[in-house]
Design a protein around this ligand. Structure first.
Ligand SMILES: Nc1ncnc2c1ncn2[C@@H]1O[C@H](COP(=O)(O)OP(=O)(O)OP(=O)(O)O)[C@@H](O)[C@H]1O
Length: 259
């Protein structure tokens, strides 16, 4: 006679994916001009999602609307199923960070203090010891530790970009929006900063949304690329498919962007 089987333990719920972005029907108007027109896409946890398109297509406007710097006329942005709304600090506390095109650092502060501002701004509930440890971890991760006490504005452009990246990471994001992070860098610096972005994404399991005119780097870094045109989604696809579409190359990437 077989013994009654013990009831199988109830399966524990699958862990919630972290850093999944969902953008639905996003529309932004400046007066009578529609800069974004019903834009929708999603970003998988840990994915680098590239955005390209001609000048004026709406790329920066999209980043501003996804990070709370612009209020859309319609549409919504969700992170891990939670609706994002309010001002930029509310987006930041919900796990959204943005790295700007032009270095925005506190010139009067040294490198470590700049990174610490991110931790203070982004994690108001963290204990001082936890915030300090995280700042030091990020300084190591970004290679800034040797420059910790240098005034931030005394550093060359690449190092200032690293300070900005480190300050953004110190806010504790699940998704990082980057607006042309490679702008102004030479070939060797593009290599170095691209590799750093990729390493940090992998190490932290971070989702990244990357607007970039340097198409070679964008293709190398991105899992998928969205082409925006006149405020609308033209195509979302794997880089290889985007690159093999002669119409996209001719019309939307163009000579000006082939760096
Ligand atoms: N604050 C604003 N007021 C009025 N119009 C704006 C404003 N910001 C952007 N625009 C307009 O919205 C459109 C989209 O601009 P946006 O800067 O988002 O494009 P972009 O794709 O980022 O361009 P670029 O590649 O040149 O940075 C453009 O026509 C631009 O002139």
């Amino acid at each position: 006679m077989s013994l009654p089987q013990a009831a199988a333990p109830a399966p524990s719920p699958a862990p919630m994916p972290q850093g999944r972005l969902e953008v639905r029907g996003l529309t932004v108007r400046f007066g009578t001009m529609t800069a974004l027109d019903g834009v929708g896409f999603h970003v998988e946890p840990g994915e680098t999602f590239g955005i390209a398109g001609p000048n004026g297509a709406g790329k920066s406007t999209l980043l501003a609307a996804c990070t709370g710097h612009l209020r859309p006329a319609a549409g919504e942005v969700l992170l891990d199923g939670r609706l994002l709304r309010g001002r930029p600090h509310a987006f930041c506390h919900a796990g959204v960070a943005r790295m700007f095109q032009i270095p925005r650092i506190f010139a009067s502060l040294d490198v470590r203090e700049n990174v610490r501002t991110g931790a203070i701004f982004g994690r108001p509930g963290a204990t001082p010891a936890a915030a300090r440890d995280e700042v030091e971890r990020i300084m190591d991760q970004t290679g800034l530790a040797p420059f910790a006490t240098r005034p931030a504005d005394s550093l060359p452009l690449l190092a200032r970009k690293k300070v900005m990246l480190a300050a953004a990471l110190a806010t504790g994001p699940r998704i990082l929006f980057m607006d042309e992070p490679l702008g102004g860098l030479n070939e060797a610096e593009i290599e170095e900063f691209s590799a750093l972005i990729e390493r940090i994404r992998a190490e932290r399991g971070l989702s990244v949304v990357l607007v970039e005119h340097k198409i070679r780097a964008l293709v190398r870094l991105s899992g998928r690329i969205m082409i925006l045109n006149f405020g609308k989604v033209l195509r979302i696809d794997r880089p290889a498919a985007i690159l093999s579409d002669p119409e996209i190359i001719r019309l939307y990437l163009g000579k000006r962007h082939e760096h």
